[in-house]
Design a protein around this ligand. Structure first.
Ligand SMILES: CCCCC/C=C/CC(=O)SCCNC(=O)CCNC(=O)[C@H](O)C(C)(C)COP(=O)(O)OP(=O)(O)OC[C@H]1O[C@@H](n2cnc3c(N)ncnc32)[C@H](O)[C@@H]1OP(=O)(O)O
Length: 365
């Protein structure tokens, strides 16, 4: 790295510290810890203070966060800090843009999502861009809540999309890695209950449900698409269900919906053998309704959705329910069975090793 780029990086780092002070919304404890750790690493280098006692929770959490950065260089930490602040600023300004529109209302009380309603559309945006929108337990619960509210609000349709580069990278693998070995049985059982309720909310959702897939989609965010009514994708989107790679098994009712949508042979390539699809491939197989060039994606898709959402609301809802009711019972049964199988998978060595490898950065998709 040249002296000139080092200087720019230091300048950006200082600017990021100023920008951080202007954030209006609390970014949450997890992000604050990450910012603290990156700042310490950037300014002091690898963690050099003694480990605080177990009962000093706050100091210990801060120490753990700093220590987890290992030997990351000071320059690398400055870059990551700057990148993280920039993603927080853009997430907040996306949230603020809606405040400026007179027709747009923002739903408060969410930490991992941005939920808004305008033009008869309730938009639910995954909002952990610094983690590629990975779905942690909080986000699973907030999605259930957002869908339950959208089912009752005045909107005609509900739309999911992602903030930043990713749609979502699927299940947050730290949902499992943070548990002690002795707690794993309970973690798996609780996880299966949460997953069953989560997928059940999608099965039962009474209004048309649309996915606007702005970038790569992984794991559960892909399988759930089989429960959506329409899926629009940017040509930058990809669709990946790496279950066997992770020692896991399909969920989101995909063991039933995928063979039905694309035929058994194609579904098996995805669900058994981790085949990643481009947006064009996913469209050819019927998982995606239409693909748009990334440069015009947002403009074209939202104009189209605005037109759909001006159609008679009740007619759309009863038509969706007619189509869904034919299979509702079957879908709930499939959901239960998939969750049961996953409970065992999460306790398997195959799965635990895959998760450890990811966090040790030995394995990435
Ligand atoms: C209630 C429980 C229900 C469970 C339901 C089960 C569902 C099954 C699935 O969804 S399986 C799919 C799981 N997802 C993955 O395996 C993806 C893992 N992530 C990756 O392989 C990569 O991160 C990537 C390809 C998505 C992006 O790689 P890239 O190099 O561009 O970026 P980073 O790896 O540096 O990521 C930036 C930070 O984001 C963190 N992160 C990304 N995805 C996840 C994830 N799924 N879980 C946890 N954390 C994730 C990553 O660790 C980086 O964080 P850091 O900056 O703190 O290091």
């Amino acid at each position: 790295m040249t002296a000139a780029t080092m200087q720019v990086s230091q300048k950006d780092f200082e600017k990021a510290q100023e920008q951080l002070k202007l954030l209006k919304n609390d970014p949450g404890n997890e992000t604050k810890l990450k910012l603290y750790a990156l700042f310490k690493q950037a300014t002091e280098g690898p963690c050099n203070s003694p480990k605080p006692g177990m009962l000093d929770f706050v100091k210990k959490a801060k120490w753990d966060a700093w220590n987890s950065l290992g030997n990351l260089s000071q320059d690398g930490a400055r870059q990551e800090y700057t990148k993280l602040v920039s993603s927080l600023i853009s997430a907040e300004s996306a949230g603020q843009k809606k405040d400026t529109s007179p027709e747009e209302s923002s739903h408060g009380g969410y930490e991992t999502l941005i939920v808004t309603t305008s033009n008869n559309i309730t938009k639910i945006m995954f909002n952990r861009p610094e983690k590629k929108n990975a779905i942690n337990h909080k986000m699973y619960r907030e999605i259930i809540k957002a869908l339950q509210e959208a089912a009752k609000d005045d909107s005609t349709i509900a739309v999911f999309t992602g903030n930043g580069e990713y749609y979502t990278s699927g299940n947050d693998l730290s949902n499992f890695s943070n548990a002690q070995p002795s707690e794993m049985g309970k973690v798996a059982k609780d996880g299966a209950e949460l997953l069953k309720a989560f997928v059940g909310t999608f099965i039962d959702f009474p209004k048309p449900l649309i996915a606007v897939v702005n970038g790569p989609a992984i794991g559960i965010s892909v399988t759930l698409l089989g429960l959506f009514d329409v899926v629009y994708a940017s040509d930058k989107a990809t669709f990946h269900t790496p279950f066997s790679h992770l020692g896991q098994s399909p969920e989101g009712c995909s063991s039933y919906t995928f063979p039905k949508i694309m035929g058994t042979a194609k579904a098996n390539e995805m669900l058994l053998f981790n085949k990643k699809l481009t947006a064009a491939e996913a469209c050819a197989l019927g998982l995606v309704s239409e693909v748009f060039p990334d440069s015009t994606f947002q403009k074209e898709v939202w104009a189209r959705l605005k037109a759909y959402a001006s159609l008679p609301k009740n007619a759309l809802a009863v038509s969706k329910q007619l189509l869904r009711n034919l299979e509702k019972e079957k879908l709930h049964a499939v959901n239960s069975q998939e969750c049961e199988v996953l409970t065992e998978r999460w306790l398997s060595d195959e799965c635990l090793n895959a998760i450890v490898s990811f966090f040790q950065r030995k394995s990435k998709l």
